[in-house]
Design a protein around this ligand. Structure first.
Ligand SMILES: *[C@@H]1O[C@H](CO)[C@@H](O)[C@H](O)[C@H]1NC(C)=O
Length: 277
């Protein structure tokens, strides 16, 4: 009786040890980093919206989100005040939820099942309107087509944006440094770039422009001060060498060599600093 149950116990122990061993060896290399929290901020079922993609708008005062309901080809905005979800407002899209292609004012514009969009620093919204094979733009004044408008079918032509073509499957990302939309054109296996207008990449909030001006001024003053301090500090160490020590050709010390007017470069540095400040 006892001997028949022994193999089972041994197998159980071996399996148990193996499981523990794999964990110790780290075959499953999973690192659980703590300190993050997940919260539901919008319940699509409660608001009768089917959120497919979401992006927050730029700007310190605005905590608005743009939500795309791909099934209905419609964009919504939601504002938050004191982290309370505000009203869901239709931004642009078809009233009956059918796909279409209409530019113009926000109320009557139509899209064809877009699944992805990007937002620039002016809060213009760029839409990968896959169904219409074009790139659309929602600005304050309405909806326009900015790329593919002359072609409106799949392809991979580069060039003037209205004559460009895209695959059935592409996504957009806004790149403020390039001032461009980056297009990951999955269907063509290409990364493409659509250059935007410089005004769309400028920081809109006046506060940050003021902030950067102040930062720039402080930068100039600090640089000038450092320049003076360095100039004075370096002077006594540089000057004594000019007469008594002739550097060999292998180790030319440019700082120590007087120029034609008998002035060392640290004097020159000081003079330039005075002129700059
Ligand atoms: C772009 O397309 C339009 C309309 O098809 C055509 O008239 C024009 O010549 C094209 N431009 C270029 C640069 O290909």
């Amino acid at each position: 009786m006892a001997s028949s149950s022994n193999p089972l116990i041994i197998i159980t122990i071996v399996v148990f040890l193996l499981i523990n061993l794999t964990q110790v060896i780290g075959v499953e290399n999973i690192l659980l980093e703590e300190g993050y929290t997940v919260t539901t901020i919008i319940d699509g079922d409660k608001l009768s919206v089917n959120p497919y993609a979401v992006i927050s708008l730029y700007g310190s005062s605005s905590s608005d989100l743009v939500i795309l309901d791909s099934v209905k080809s419609t964009f919504y905005t939601v504002s938050f005040s004191d982290s309370q979800v505000g009203e869901l407002k239709k931004l642009a899209g078809n009233t009956n939820g059918a796909a279409g292609y209409k530019d113009g004012d926000l109320g009557s514009a139509e899209f064809n099942k877009p699944k992805n969009f990007a937002v620039d620093k002016k809060n213009n919204i760029y839409i990968a309107d896959k169904g219409n094979h074009v790139i659309r733009k929602i600005s304050k004044t309405g909806v326009t087509t900015i790329a593919g408008g002359n072609i409106r079918k799949t392809g991979k032509a580069d060039g003037p944006a209205q004559n460009a073509s895209f695959s059935d499957d592409f996504e957009l990302a806004f790149d403020s440094q390039r001032c461009a939309l980056l297009i990951s054109d999955h269907g063509n296996r290409l990364i493409r770039q659509l250059d935007l207008k410089a005004e769309d990449c400028a920081d809109t909030s006046s506060g940050s422009v003021l902030g950067s001006t102040i930062a720039w001024s402080i930068g100039v003053v600090v640089t000038c001060l450092i320049g003076f301090v360095l100039g004075f500090a370096v002077r006594p160490y540089v000057l004594p060498y000019t007469g008594s020590f002739r550097p060999t050709s292998g180790q030319h010390d440019m700082e120590a060599l007087p120029n034609q007017s008998g002035e060392t470069s640290s004097d020159l540095l000081l003079r330039q600093q005075k002129r700059n400040c």
